[in-house]
Write a protein that binds this ligand. Structure first.
Ligand code: UDP
Length: 310
C-alpha cells in the first residue's frame, strides 16, 4: 500500500488532499501544528484504519516511522491577514519546514510535491502569468514573508532535485476556494460570504478594480494529483483562468445571498492589481482543465458557509 505524508493536513487544501489520497486507496499520514488548521476539517478521517495524524510543526525536525512514497507540503498560513499576524511562522514553515521535509524525503527515498503560489509573481507586470515569468515581488513588504519564503522553497526544492537527484514537483497555486475555508480567514470569499450572511458591510478593498481568478478546490486537487504522478519537476501553474474584478465578485456574492451592502476600505500595501494563470503547460503536460465554473463552485461554497457562519 502506498503511504503519503500530507503537511497542513487540517487546513483547507490539506484536508481535501487527505480525502483524495484516501479515496485513491493510499495510507494517509496527516501532519499539522493547528496554527491555522482545524481538526474539524479531518475529524471524519480519524475512524479510518488508513489515516493517522501527527500534531507537529514541520519547522522542527520531522520523523515518521515506516516507508513513505509521497510527501505533499501544504503547511503554511495562506491569507494576507495571517502573514501580518504570524510573519515569523510564515517564513519558517516554507523555509525551515521545506528543508526538513526535503531531508526527510531523501532519507525515505520519497517523491515530494511542494505547494508554491501565484505570489511568486508578486504584483505581476506580465498578464496572464506564465511559468517562465520571474515576478515582481517586494521582499520587505507585508507579503514578503510569504512570497520570499515560497520563492526560497522553490529554490531549495530545485537544489535538492539537481544536487541530490530527489524526485520533486512544484505546483504554483492560484486563488482557490471551496468548503472548509476558514470563516475568519480574511480572504475575499470567506469575508464576503460571512459579511453577507450576517448582513454586515461587504468590505471591498480599494475601488475593487483589482482582479483575481478563482479555482474551485476539486479542480485544484485533480491538477495536483496529476502533477504528482507526472514526471515533470519544474513549476506548473494550477488555477482557473476565469478572471473577475473584486467588485464584481462582491456583487456576485451579494446577489447569491440576497443581502449585503458594499463598503470601500483602503487597499492593503502591495495588493496585486491583476492575477490570472496561463495554464497552457498544465493543459499540455497533464491533460488538465478546470471543470467547475464560478457559478457552480460559489453556490457549493455558499452551502458550506450557510452551515458554519454564525
Ligand atoms: N479583498 C477585499 N475585501 C476583503 C478581503 C479581500 O476587497 O475583505 C480583496 C484584496 O484586497 C485582494 C482580493 O480581494 O485584492 C483577494 O484577496 P485575498 O485576501 O482573497 O487573496 P490574495 O489574492 O490577495 O492573496
Amino acid at each position: 500500500m502506498k503511504r503519503v505524508l500530507i503537511t497542513g493536513a487540517a487546513g483547507f487544501l490539506g484536508s481535501h488532499l487527505c480525502d483524495r489520497f484516501i479515496a485513491e486507496g493510499m495510507h494517509v499520514i496527516g501532519m499539522d501544528n493547528l496554527l491555522t488548521g482545524s481538526l474539524s476539517n479531518i475529524e471524519h478521517l480519524f475512524p479510518l484504519e488508513h489515516f493517522e495524524f501527527y500534531h507537529h510543526d514541520v519547522s522542527k525536525f520531522v520523523h515518521v516511522p515506516g516507508h513513505i512514497d509521497y510527501i505533499l507540503h501544504f503547511a503554511s498560513p495562506a491569507s494576507p491577514i495571517d502573514y501580518l499576524k504570524m510573519p515569523i511562522q510564515t517564513l519558517k514553515v516554507s523555509s525551515l519546514g521545506t528543508h526538513n521535509l526535503l531531508g526527510f524525503a531523501k532519507v525515505k527515498n520519497a517523491r515530494i510535491l511542494v505547494a508554491s503560489t501565484s505570489e511568486v509573481y508578486g504584483d505581476p507586470l506580465i498578464h496572464p502569468q506564465k511559468e517562465d515569468y520571474w515576478g515582481n515581488v517586494n521582499p520587505i513588504g507585508p507579503r514578503g514573508v510569504y512570497d520570499e519564503a515560497k520563492r526560497f522553497q522553490e529554490a531549495i526544492t530545485m537544489a535538492y532535485h539537481n544536487f541530490h537527484g530527489l524526485e520533486t514537483r512544484i505546483v504554483r497555486i492560484f486563488n482557490t476556494y471551496g468548503p472548509r475555508m476558514r470563516v475568519e480567514d480574511g480572504r475575499a470569499l470567506p469575508a464576503f460570504f460571512s459579511q453577507a450572511i450576517r448582513d454586515e458591510e461587504i468590505t471591498v478593498f480599494g475601488d475593487g478594480s483589482q482582479t483575481r481568478s478563482f479555482c474551485f478546490v476539486d479542480d485544484l486537487v485533480e491538477g495536483i494529483y496529476r502533477l504528482l504522478m507526472s514526471d515533470y519537476h519544474l513549476p506548473v501553474n494550477i488555477g482557473n483562468p476565469e478572471e473577475i474584478s473584486i467588485l464584481d465578485f462582491a456583487q456576485e456574492v451579494i446577489n447569491m445571498v440576497g443581502k449585503g451592502r458594499l463598503a470601500f476600505r483602503p487597499l492593503p500595501m502591495d495588493d496585486p492589481k491583476q492575477r490570472r494563470p496561463d495554464i497552457t503547460l498544465a493543459q499540455e503536460l497533464l491533460g488538465w482543465n478546470p471543470r467547475v465554473g464560478r457559478k457552480e463552485g460559489v453556490a457549493k461554497t455558499y452551502e458550506y458557509f450557510k452551515k458554519v457562519v454564525v
